[in-house]
Design a protein around this ligand. Sequence first.
Ligand SMILES: C[S@@+](CC[C@H](N)C(=O)[O-])C[C@H]1O[C@@H](n2cnc3c(N)ncnc32)[C@H](O)[C@@H]1O
Length: 260
Amino acid sequence: MSEEPQAEEFDTVASWTADAVEELGQDHALPAACRGSGSPAALRWLADRMGLAPGMRLLDSGAGVGGPARLVQETHGVQPTLVDPMEGACRAAERLFGFRALVGDGAALPVGSGEHDAGWSLGVLCTVEDKAAQVAELRRVVAGGGAVGLLVFVRTVEELTDPPEGNHFVTADALDGLLRGAGLDVVDRAWLGDFDDPPQDWQDAADAVDDVVRREHGDSDSFQEAQRNQDRMIRLLRDGSVAGRLVVCRVPGDDVGRDT
Ligand SMILES: C[S@@+](CC[C@H](N)C(=O)[O-])C[C@H]1O[C@@H](n2cnc3c(N)ncnc32)[C@H](O)[C@@H]1O
């Protein structure tokens, strides 16, 4: 499970984000709620390569405040199931988008085996130590032939200088090995940095939400702790020692679509 600094970032800040969107307006919800997963262009690539299509049941493990789930619901017509261990994030997903998110650990997903046509986990694996357990659970809940998508922040250097607390970065090769070890077929990969940045109005909306959160909570220890962690991550991304890796996998078999 997450360690303390991330509890601030993923739980407390999630509630503040929902408050800020309520003040600024619903058009700020998606940009503010997709902060963990980069650009809409990258999410669209992932959803396309996973073959997501209307009516498909998508399990979102570590869904945060629900931005990516809402985006792909709009663009690809999927029916998402959201799971996140942070109650504040789950409540924020409900406030922002009306999702009924399940509080749960990605290493013990509170859903049955093979009940979903696809599953993804975005920006989560680098925050947990036992990555194999998370991947095994995604494989368990997705039916044979279904897609598993991942966005994982990986390290490109041997040793990281001043990494964010509570993160555990592996290399892109180690990630591939982990996925194959879980019995998944890796079918496509991309780097987050190769996709277009979000459009300016999207970025402006996200910044406006940040400004409201800072105005209301900037003096608090929770805000400053979350901010320190976020600043460390941004520095590693800027100097290239950490990069976002998108991976598309298939669960062996051909059960998807048989009973839908
Ligand atoms: C960087 S955020 C990404 C949120 C969302 N997937 C997105 O892309 O916007 C990481 C998320 O992982 C969740 N998380 C942390 N530990 C987890 C665990 N053991 N199982 C599942 N999710 C976890 C956090 O609560 C947080 O919501």
